[in-house]
Design a protein around this ligand. Structure first.
Ligand SMILES: [Zn+2]
Length: 486
């Protein structure tokens, strides 16, 4: 029997902070601008240019640290990480080594069987490097020349380093999804893996199951989608197991995921911190934060996804409904706005998921675009709750209310869908319809209760769209259950 192996995985996530300007200069951070259009002497690494720290980047890093349960340091420090690469004009990256802004913390994975806590080691601030564009081929190999775009150089990043607490590729994917959602909810990152504003490296090793010593770890870079992250880790775990079982050593190295080959390939031997000759950056003072500052920042903490899901489930939503709503901060904001108009959370959520989302998708709008229609949507729900509108009528009106901002009451009158308070006319029609169907009524009385659906349908038809199964059903039941003289 072969040895059972277990994987040990930790993730390093780089998240670009959603500041308007770069971390040490006033250049804008807008994505997709013409190359080298957002560059100044500071981020281009000109001699004599001095960095000035962006306070908003510090606030966002601290906010992320607080949301993730870490300790925001009284004093943190910037270091120079020295290496040469053409996208790094200074010859060093300003980062944090010994004194990061946040230490510790955790992220709870929302597993089906209950949350699993993944510890965080640290969160530190640093600047992004520029971007190389290779010409003459799709990658570096075979390129005839390479161009440098420094628009991204100096964009603020936080690097979030997890402990090696992840046990498989699935957990790693969930971790990145949940972390992305927390950062999106905080408004500190836009979550766009495809644009590179959220990037992930994975450290993977394997060991005999149940043992404690860590095996030699391999770092996998360039995991720019949830799918690639999961596939790359799965493939790397299998590669390491095959090597160990064949008696070959695991080399500590950095590997790249290659989607077309379905495997990781060696990129370079892994460097250690000592290789970078880190030292404190003499151009930047220490970042000193006090309790009053931290208290002010913590006031900006929104309700986090885990708490939202919990509240949704407590209000009667299914787990998947709660996940869907809390999984989209804009959608949750719309939900909260509807609830703010007095609709119970459960009703607001059900109608939003059941009808609202479809309307938005058809109109090509996101939830943020219809926030000012939330009041109309809430009143439309209230009309159904108050039985002024039949459930099917809601579906006929929701698009005009949510997408076009129509007034629900006026629209219901205009379309002839408004229901007057029941004056007994529904009961009268139930009576008429059921008396006209003696055979089906007899079937029901002989125990064939499936005929009830047909009877309710006939009454709704007679009510010409003004009836509601929720009110007609009980009237039909009452009629059927009342013993008759004949
Ligand atoms: Zn600049």
């Amino acid at each position: 029997m072969s040895t059972p192996w277990e994987a040990v995985i930790g993730l390093e996530v780089h998240a670009e902070l959603a500041t308007r300007t770069k971390i040490f200069c006033g250049c804008p951070t807008t994505f997709g601008q013409p190359p080298n259009s957002q560059v100044c002497p500071v981020c281009a690494g000109m001699p004599g240019a001095l960095p000035v720290l962006n306070a908003e980047a510090v606030r966002m890093a601290a906010l992320a640290g607080m949301a993730l349960g870490g300790i925001v340091a009284d004093r943190s420090r910037f270091d120079r990480k020295n290496y040469f690469y053409p996208d790094l004009p200074k010859g060093y990256q300003i980062s944090q080594l010994a004194m990061p802004i946040v230490s510790g913390g955790h992220l709870d994975l929302p597993l089906e069987e209950g949350p699993k806590r993944i510890r965080l080691i640290r969160i530190h601030l640093e600047e992004d490097a520029g971007k190389l564009v290779h010409r003459g081929s799709s990658g570096l190999a075979g390129a005839t020349h390479s161009l440098v775009d420094l628009n991204r150089a100096g964009v603020p990043l936080i690097e979030i380093v997890s402990a090696p607490d992840l046990a498989n590729a699935e957990e790693a994917r969930l971790y990145l999804q949940e972390l992305r959602l927390v950062l999106l909810t905080l408004g500190v990152n836009d979550g766009r893996l495809e644009e590179g504003s959220l990037r992930c490296d994975a450290n993977v090793s394997v060991r005999p199951a149940g043992t404690l010593a860590l095996g030699t770890r391999v770092e996998i870079k360039n995991l720019n989608s949830f799918k690639f992250l999961q596939k790359a880790i799965e493939s790397e775990i299998q590669r390491q197991i095959r090597r160990i079982e064949a008696g070959e050593p695991i080399v500590q190295e950095t590997r790249l995921w290659q989607e077309d080959k379905g495997t990781t390939v060696s990129m370079r031997s892994k460097e250690d911190a000592a290789d970078y000759r880190y030292f404190p950056d003499p151009d930047l003072p220490d970042v000193v934060l006090d309790d009053a500052w931290r208290a002010a920042v913590s006031k900006g903490l929104p309700e986090l996804p885990a708490a939202r899901r919990e509240r949704g489930v407590a209000a009667g939503l299914s787990r998947s409904e709660a996940h869907q709503l809390a999984g989209d901060p804009a959608l949750w904001h719309l939900l909260e706005t509807v609830v703010g108009h007095g609709t119970p959370l459960r009703d607001a959520a059900r109608w939003l998921l059941g009808e609202g989302l479809g309307c938005l998708a058809d109109a090509g709008l996101d939830a943020e675009a219809v926030l000012d229609r939330a009041g109309g949507f809430a009143r439309l729900i209230e009309l159904v709750r108050a039985k002024r509108l039949a459930t099917p009528s809601f579906r006929k009106l929701v698009r005009d209310v949510l997408v076009h901002g129509a007034e629900p009451e006026a629209l219901a009158h205009e379309r002839g869908l408004w229901l007057e308070p029941d004056d007994g006319s529904s009961a009268r029609i139930v009576d008429e319809v059921l008396r006209s169907l003696p055979d089906q009524v007899a079937q029901w009385r002989s125990g064939k209760h499936q005929v009830r659906g047909f009877l309710v349908g006939q009454v709704l038809r007679a009510l010409k769209g003004k009836g509601d199964p929720a009110t007609v059903g009980p009237l039909v039941d009452r009629w059927l259950e009342t013993p008759t003289a004949d």
